[in-house]
Design a protein around this ligand. Sequence first.
Ligand code: SF4
Ligand code: SF4
Length: 395
Amino acid sequence: MNQPTTAPQRSAEEEALHCIRCGKCLSVCPIYRETLIETLSPRGRVALYRATGEGDLKIGEVYADKFYTCLMCEACRETCPSGVALDAILNRARADLAHSGLLPPSLRRLSETIVAAGNISGEENEQRLGWTANLEARPIGLDHASRAEVAYFVGCVSSLFPASYSIPQSLVEILEKAGLNYALLGGDERCCGYPLFLNGEAERAMELARHNVAAVRATGASRVVMTCPSCYHMWKYIYPQLLDDGELDGLEILHETEILAAMAREGRLRFKPWPVTVTYHDSCDLGRKSGIYEPPREVLRAIPELELVEMADHHENSLCCGGGGNLETYNRELAQALPRRRLQQAQDAGAGYIVVSCQQCKRTLAGAARRERVRLRVMDLAEVVARQLEGESDA
Ligand code: SF4
Ligand code: SF4
């Protein structure tokens, strides 16, 4: 198993030279499997990257298409027998393209929206608290007067897309029941910058990183928790690459799965039985890219009568839901074709529920289940926990 993605040890050029063209990565690349186009395979992209370095190819729109038609899921890196860190090549190629003015129009619009509005949808950033509107009581995290223990960084999708509102609603319900003094950032929170980093625009992402770190520090919290694995990966592994030494000192970055597993271990979560068969889907950003596999499974195993089954591909071999790498913005049709295989695996495993720890996986898998008329329910771990806490009525 690879370590979580950290600062590259070798340059992209050195990584590319280590490719022995064995083709092992082709069988795990969701884009190649769907298109069967060699230049859209990991091996093909490495060859294109080398060709530009050797002066045999000039970068242009066709080259850009090859590198933006990628989920940045790192399945290829995981499987490569030569240890080629393909992410270093993919990130470098995208940065070269963005700096050369070759960002495709849809991704340029996304970038401009994030810079202007502070979020991916272009809404007023104050609208980030829309998910709190129909709660029975105003979340105490909005009124933290003094030093908070934990700041909850909600992320753009859960803040602004109504279909995801129940994820932050569930997490604050759990935090409040556990008596944790937490803070919400509201309009002071901005996009974590990951979509910009994926575009190849690290400098723009860095400005958002600085803003968000300052917003969290203003709450007095020494811990930040995220329900979004992309925000988590960005804060934990990319912010240290973008920011100066010491800028993150004293801040502990946590994902909801880590907090929930710790609370379950300490006996702070008491669950009522749930006699269902559940499978857990590892998101790329939390699993392969950040190395978190067991905490969510630990929480699910703590629920009495719940049967946890694994799909054919799990842990580091998990399949991308189709929602990674900004592909949905660049090529929606292709992105929407990808979750079918995952739904089939969940059905083959005999599951009635797919549990995820990612609002984007929930959105893409649930959307595909609806389109394909597959009888599978998709829930985030926070929703499962809030539903099964003792004292809650059945939803
Ligand atoms: S698995 Fe690694 S060495 Fe083999 S073709 Fe793919 S990138 Fe090259
Ligand atoms: S990151 Fe994922 S989609 Fe991109 S080349 Fe590698 S396996 Fe294929």
